[in-house]
Ligand binder design. Structure first.
Ligand SMILES: Nc1ncnc2c1ncn2[C@@H]1O[C@H](COP(=O)(O)OP(=O)(O)OP(=O)(O)O)[C@@H](O)[C@H]1O
Ligand SMILES: [Mg+2]
Length: 311
C-alpha cells in the first residue's frame, strides 16, 4: 500500500472561452472539473499502474466530496477528515486570445482538533503503508512544520517518506531526512539559498543533500529531464526526455513521484528508476489531461532514454 497525503486538495476547473473581459458577462465554451492536488495526482497515476493506494488529508463541502468520490471510483481507499467550508476550486480560464486567467480560492481553515484527527488517522494507516507520499501546499491553520513532523513519524516507524513540496515546508521536512525528495530547480534553489546555474551546480547541490542524510534526491528540470542522486552511489545520474510536443505539464512532477514509488516497490536499480521516471513524466507532459499516463507510450519512450553518469 502506498499512502498519499493531500492536506489541501482542489478541483481544477478548466474553462475555455473566447476572451475574458472584466465587468462583462463571460460565457464559457467548455468546462472540465478534475480532482486535483499533488497527492491526489500521485494516487491517480499509481492507480493507472494498478497499485494499491490510500488517500488521506482534508476535504470540505461539495467540492471536497467530488474529489473523494472521484478517487473512490478509480479504486483509491480514501480516509479524508471532513472539515467545514469548501475545498478549493482552482479555476483556469483559457482564452482563445492566448491569455490564461487563474482564479484561486483560499480553501478551508483547519482547526486544531481537525488536525489532531488527521494525525490520529495517519498513525493508523502507517503500519499498512510501505511508502508515504507527503506532497503539496497546506491549508490555513496548518503550520510549516507539518511535513517535518510527519516525516519524523514515518521514519520512527521504519517506513519511507517521500516529500514533494516547496519553500519552508520543504526545508523543514528535509531537515528530518526523508527517504526521498523531488524538488524542481526553483524549490532546490530555495533550499540551498542560492541560484544554481548549469547542471554542475545542481549536481553539487543535490550531492550535498544526499550527504546530509536524505536517501534519494530526484531533481526535476522540466523539459531538460531529471538528475538523480542517491545515498551511497558514487555517480549522479542524468536523463533527458526525447523532444515531444507538450500538451499539459501540470502535475508532471507528481508523475515523477509516482514513478519513483513504483520503482521502489518493484526493486528497480538507480538507472531503471530514473529512466522510468523520465518516461512516465514525459508521457504525462505529452497528454492533454492532468496526471495522465499511457503505459504503452511510456514503454516506447523508455527505450529511447539515455542515462548519463556524472562523477
Ligand atoms: N515539456 C516537457 N517535455 C518532456 N518532458 C517534460 C516536459 N515538462 C516536464 N517533463 C517531464 O516531467 C518532469 C517533471 O516536470 P517539472 O520539472 O516541470 O515538475 P514540477 O515543476 O514539479 O511540476 P508540477 O509541480 O506542476 O508537477 C520533468 O523532469 C520531465 O521529465
Ligand atoms: Mg512540483
Amino acid at each position: 500500500m502506498i499512502t498519499t497525503v493531500t492536506l489541501n486538495p482542489a478541483i481544477d476547473k478548466v474553462c475555455a472561452t473566447q476572451g475574458l473581459r472584466l465587468g462583462n458577462v463571460n460565457r464559457m465554451e467548455s468546462v472540465t472539473n478534475i480532482a486535483g492536488g499533488k497527492g491526489v495526482n500521485v494516487a491517480k497515476i499509481l492507480r493507472q499502474y494498478g497499485y494499491e493506494v490510500a488517500a488521506l488529508g482534508f476535504i470540505a463541502g461539495y467540492s471536497g466530496a467530488f474529489v473523494a468520490d472521484y478517487l473512490r471510483t478509480i479504486g483509491v481507499a480514501t480516509d479524508f477528515i471532513a472539515v467545514s467550508g469548501e475545498t478549493r476550486v482552482s479555476t483556469n480560464i483559457i482564452g482563445a486570445d492566448g491569455y490564461t486567467t487563474e482564479i484561486l480560492e483560499p480553501g478551508p481553515k483547519i482547526e486544531e482538533e481537525e488536525l489532531a484527527a488527521f494525525l490520529a488517522g495517519f498513525a493508523e494507516w502507517l503500519p499498512k503503508s510501505e511508502l508515504v507520499v507527503l506532497s503539496g501546499s497546506v491549508p490555513q491553520g496548518v503550520g510549516a512544520h507539518i511535513y517535518a513532523e510527519l516525516t519524523d513519524t514515518v521514519n520512527a516507524s521504519g517506513k519511507k517518506a517521500i516529500v514533494d513540496t516547496s519553500d519552508e515546508l520543504l526545508v523543514n521536512a528535509a531537515g528530518k531526512k526523508p527517504y526521498m525528495i523531488k524538488p524542481n530547480l526553483a524549490e532546490l534553489e530555495y533550499m540551498v539559498g542560492r541560484r544554481l546555474k548549469g547542471l554542475d551546480a545542481a549536481v553539487e547541490a543535490i550531492r550535498g543533500l544526499v550527504d546530509s542524510g536524505i536517501g534519494h534526491v530526484l531533481l526535476s528540470l522540466g523539459e531538460k529531464g531529471v538528475l538523480y542522486a542517491k545515498e551511497g552511489a558514487k555517480e549522479v545520474l542524468y536523463a533527458k526526455p526525447p523532444k515531444l510536443k507538450a500538451l499539459n505539464t501540470i502535475g508532471c512532477g507528481d508523475s515523477v513521484v509516482a514513478s519513483f514509488c513504483i520503482s521502489q516497490l518493484e526493486g528497480h536499480d538507480m538507472e531503471e528508476t530514473l529512466r522510468r521516471a523520465v518516461a512516465i513524466s514525459a508521457t504525462a507532459a505529452s497528454l492533454p489531461g492532468i496526471a495522465e499516463s499511457d503505459k504503452e507510450k511510456a514503454e516506447e519512450l523508455y527505450k529511447d532514454i539515455e542515462v548519463r553518469a556524472i562523477t
